[in-house]
Design a protein around this ligand. Structure first.
Ligand SMILES: [Zn+2]
Ligand SMILES: [Zn+2]
Length: 308
């Protein structure tokens, strides 16, 4: 087995691309797919200030590493969701990568906004599913951190499997609004809504994992237990099963969506009007954003609890 690029012994066979590569050329191949996504979807340039949301998992860690390696001006953002983050393995790994890359790391503390509670504890009191509540808090704080620190774009580590999974779920329920908005780049449509991008969308999850291992990036092996709802897990398994049966189906499913999106779904009609939240000023489609509504309800519940 020889590397297609250099002819030396290949160490990896990427069946989906019909490519045999040595370690060096595998790493370059993954990096070039990130660069391609950035250019193809006009995500950002080397002049932009980029904030990478880093959780300690393989995707966001690899993303930060590759962006810095490709010469982008990318800093990290870690969101503290619970207590004791200084000693948490996630923070430890993110801090290590920040030191290794010699790039600043911004820390945003969710507990400060949730009356000292972790997102898990707050979700319990609000009787909300931990996963969706935590996701809402993370999205709000990521955007806020990027806006307040003057970044041009916020990037997240969503990979091809993630995006195909979300797309499948949205199609099954015909959530056309979500379908148009789950594009790999979202433009700035409000003064407090930073541009968002997902540069890993052209890479399979297993290839990102392999990249992390080959580069010696120390990541958290298990993602947050609440990161995927039960239904999303089923969809992801379906995507994986399909991929096992038909190599490349995930990629063609997703690329087909990107190609056909404009034809199938009328974007303009599905783009909701963004207003400024009456409480915090950040964008929302309602009068008060879901973050502020949750905080208000949480405060009421806590007050009631304390007065008994
Ligand atoms: Zn090679
Ligand atoms: Zn608000």
């Amino acid at each position: 087995m020889k590397c297609k690029k250099c002819g030396r012994p290949a160490s990896i066979k990427l069946v989906v691309y019909n490519l045999k590569l040595c370690d060096k050329h595998f790493l370059e191949f993954i990096e070039s797919r990130v660069e391609n996504a950035i250019k193809k979807f006009k995500m950002f340039t080397r002049k932009d200030r980029i904030l990478v949301a880093v959780s300690g998992g393989k995707d966001s860690m690899v993303l930060w590493y590759i962006l810095v390696k490709l010469g982008y001006n990318a800093d990290g953002l870690f969101i503290k969701l619970g207590h004791d983050y200084q000693v948490s393995p996630a923070y430890e790994k993110v801090k290590k990568l920040s030191d290794m890359l010699n790039r600043p790391l911004i820390i945003e503390d969710a507990t400060e906004y949730l009356y000292g509670l972790s997102t898990f504890e707050a979700a319990k009191i609000l009787r909300r599913p931990a996963c969706s509540f935590c996701g809402m808090v993370k999205r709000y704080l990521m955007n806020k951190a990027a806006v307040e620190n003057d970044y041009d774009v916020l990037v997240t580590g969503h990979n091809l499997d993630d995006e195909a999974t979300v797309l499948l779920g949205n199609i099954l329920h015909w959530q056309t609004g979500y379908i148009t908005r789950s594009y790999p780049v979202l433009e700035k449509t409000h003064e407090k809504f930073v541009k968002k991008a997902k540069p890993l969308v052209l890479n399979y999850e297993e290839h990102i994992k392999l990249y992390a291992k080959k580069r010696g990036i120390d990541f958290l092996p298990t993602s947050c237990p609440f990161s995927l709802g039960a239904t999303s897990k089923i969809y992801k398994n379906i995507i994986r099963q399909l991929e096992d049966e038909q190599r490349g189906i995930t990629l063609s499913f997703y690329l087909g969506y990107l190609r056909e999106k404009e034809n199938i779904f009328k974007i303009e009609e599905n783009t909701p009007q963004l207003h400024s939240c009456e409480v915090c000023g950040y964008p929302t489609t309602a009068k008060v954003c879901s973050f502020c509504r949750s905080r208000r309800r949480l405060q009421e519940k806590l007050e009631r609890k304390n007065s008994i």
